[in-house]
Ligand binder design. Sequence first.
Ligand code: BT5
Length: 320
Amino acid sequence: MKEQIISMLIGRDDYLSGEEISKKLGVSRTAIWKHIKELEQEGLQIEAHPKKGYKLVAYPDIPAYFLLKPFLSTSYCGQTGEYHEIITSTNDRAKEIAGKVPEGYIVTANAQAAGRGRLGRKWESPRGQGLYFSLILYPYLPPYELPKLTLLGGLALSQTLEELGLKPEIKWPNDILLGGRKVSGILTEMAAEAERTIYAVVGVGVNIEPFALSQEFSYPATSLKEQGIDTSRIKLLAGFLGNFEKHYEAFKMGEFRDILQQYEARLAFKDKEVKVVTAQREYQGKLTGIAEDGSLIISDGEVFRRFAAGEISLRWSEEG
Ligand code: BT5
């Protein structure tokens, strides 16, 4: 109910009468008033005028879908969703409800108790310090196409950061780097039958504030604050969703080539020596680019090898 009230008040310059709200939501004006008081206790500033009604003046920067409306340019991504003050993992929650909610539904959280990376790794998600969300999609595509969603996510986030004046690079397949340090990671998960995708979940974590890392990181980390950017999580999320939806629509129409080109233009370590570590062994070679199917191409001077996302980690070869 409170979320519905916010959705009605947000993005309006004028007052909305208590009567109109109560009529739309089918509850008494006293009930509305009680909800407004609760919202004020939660940090929203609402002006109440005895005749004119209510007006939302200010609200905290929580990445909740019901605060997105004024910033959203999408037709379905982020138009529905749920917000949690704390959750184990937004990806886990998204997988739980996938199939029961509309496409584009987002699960966002202010903190994650068990944020996850790939291959059982952790994603540190302290309260209020980052943006943590998962986007639920139902692509009508064969499962082998889905790793490309990670690339779409990386491109969309990079472009969102570019709109803030930053110069991100993408460490294939799923890390966004600023000044050579990791500011964001993407975790795409899915459920599929042999030929048919049931759902895909694109989970994104972005560091906003600097925080002390509690574990040894395989890669140096940074945050938007450390890169001189002060942005609201709501605007960042809305920017990402706008860019992502555009690419996703093109991708569903089979237009991946252009996306790939834009992705490659931001590729970290392009034409540099890198080390690729698979479960079985390590390869060293030059990172020459990304193949049509989204896999990574490494050349050791004689042989070109392709690596699919998910099975490897990529290291800057000088890291040792
Ligand atoms: C990733 O995995 O980078 C994917 C991270 C996806 C996180 C989002 S948050 C919302 C959604 N819900 C989830 O539960 N997950 C998604 P990977 O490439 O495996 O990188 C993991 C590694 O990054 C860890 O082993 C650490 O070394 C490092 N790391 C962990 N937390 C970090 C952070 N906050 N900033 C930078 N690096 C971090």
